[in-house]
Design a protein around this ligand. Structure first.
Ligand SMILES: Cc1cc2nc3c(=O)[nH]c(=O)nc-3n(C[C@H](O)[C@H](O)[C@H](O)COP(=O)(O)OP(=O)(O)OC[C@H]3O[C@@H](n4cnc5c(N)ncnc54)[C@H](O)[C@@H]3O)c2cc1C
Length: 399
């Protein structure tokens, strides 16, 4: 693998960087902490996300690597990666992580031609917002045991059940849903994937608020919701195969590592400008060793993402499960180590939010409290390690 960017790629990186640096000057303050939170929680954050998305569409950057017939312009996947890296570094919104990042590549691999032509262009034009309807009160890590049913009735499916932890459902107009089409089959064989409009009669979205009132997550209730057969993606009862591909799209990506690079740079400014006991923090050898280690780990994580994109450019969209799980578990746990380091070096100041004395605009309490979520969302670290041991290392499957 060649890690060097071409002259063209370097030029593009600079162009993206100039754009986001300028645009993010107008971002609401909340974007200095974390992008997902900023997008979904407040109307102000959401409106900024929508405006940014319109600008990205206008520039032809949103779905640049997609085939032309679905709204893209067939740019190399590496260019898309460089774009995502710069965008995440600037903590910029504008991309629907669910529709664009997970469902669209799944559609390209598993949907019929009619479905691709109908569903992909609105995502490329930034006209839709998706959420992910997978987890249930009794099905998280063991997703294949889910109980929401979709029973065929003529040319529709009737859906009943409940989903939970549905990020951004209160802003979404569509969901990709995994439901049981064969109730006789209790495991993965009886599941199907559906494209669902959130305004269908019988869908109820209830918020799950943070302790501080923040709103990212939701519960979704389905009460005799009718979905047309034309919105079932792939063959009936065979949705697990495409869902596993969607999981790998969710678990990989350069965004988290790029955001961590930015945070590390902010840590470095803090170390160079803050004194303890008469000495700058950067003069402390233990601090130096710790930040150097974090930086090296961030670079290692980044190269995992580059390797995945490079493989996709050579061999197609599908991502090897162990590669996605490696990236996911490494990124989630590194994020936690970073939050611990930042909180440690900032001491009591690192616990402040909304104060002129809060370093990094009050990012640390958010990172410290939120980092555990990264090790659970998109499949817990234990599950990722099981996948790596099984698919990556070749140990017999542990049931
Ligand atoms: C921030 C956040 C956002 C989320 N967003 C969404 C969303 O948008 N849509 C959606 O559908 N879901 C979402 N989820 C749900 C997420 O996918 C589940 O929380 C996750 O899969 C774990 O499931 P669970 O919570 O039921 O925990 P459980 O499955 O009950 O796991 C509990 C503990 O047991 C461990 N465990 C379970 N099975 C095994 C095993 N076989 N071997 C070893 N250890 C095991 C787990 O690692 C974990 O530590 C989100 C979760 C979080 C935290």
């Amino acid at each position: 693998m060649d890690y060097k960017l071409t002259e063209l790629q370097q030029g593009l990186r600079q162009e993206y960087d100039d754009f986001f640096r300028e645009e993010m000057k107008n971002a609401p303050l909340v974007y200095q902490k974390q992008t997902l939170e900023a997008i979904y929680d407040s109307d102000e954050g959401w409106n900024f996300h929508v405006q940014m998305r319109e600008k990205l569409v206008e520039k032809g950057w949103l779905a640049m690597a997609w085939p032309k017939e679905y709204g893209g312009r067939e740019a190399p996947i590496m260019e898309q990666l460089i774009f995502s890296e710069v965008q995440s570094y600037h903590r910029a919104p504008g991309i629907d992580a669910f529709g664009f990042g997970m469902f669209a590549p799944t559609l390209m691999l598993f949907a019929s031609e009619e479905q691709k032509k109908r569903l992909l262009p609105p995502i490329a034009r930034g006209e839709t917002n998706y959420c992910q309807g997978w987890s249930e009160p009794n099905a998280g890590s063991d997703l294949a045991s889910l109980e929401t049913t979709a029973i065929k009735d003529g040319d529709t499916y009737v859906v009943n059940g409940q989903k939970v932890w549905t990020t951004g459902a209160h802003r979404a107009d569509h969901m990709f849903l995994l439901a049981r089409t064969n109730p006789e089959e209790k495991r993965s064989k009886g599941l199907s994937v559906f494209n669902v409009a959130m305004d269908l009669p019988g869908i109820e979205v209830r918020p799950i608020h943070y302790m501080n009132g923040g709103h990212l997550y939701n519960e979704i209730f389905f009460n005799n919701v009718r979905i047309t057969e034309s919105n079932r993606i792939g063959p009936e009862n065979e949705g697990w195969q495409s869902t596993r591909a969607t999981m790998n799209f969710e678990r990989s990506g350069v965004g988290l590592f790029a955001e961590m690079k930015r945070t590390l740079e902010e840590f470095m400014v803090y170390l160079k400008t803050t004194k303890r006991g008469g000495k700058f923090l950067y003069e402390n050898s233990s601090v130096r060793q710790k930040i150097a280690r974090l930086y090296a780990e961030m670079e290692a994580g980044r190269s995992l993402s580059y390797r995945i994109a490079w493989n996709q450019e050579k061999g197609g969209l599908m991502i090897a499960p162990h590669a996605a799980s490696e990236s996911k578990v490494f990124g989630g746990e590194l994020h936690q180590r970073m939050a611990n380091f930042g909180t440690e070096i900032m001491g009591l100041h690192g616990q402040l939010e909304g104060s002129e004395w809060a370093p990094l605009s009050g990012k640390m309490p958010f990172d410290y409290q939120g980092c555990m979520g990264y090790n659970i969302a998109a499949g817990s670290s234990e599950i990722q390690r099981n996948i790596i041991a099984w698919v990556g290392v070749g140990l017999p499957r542990f049931k």
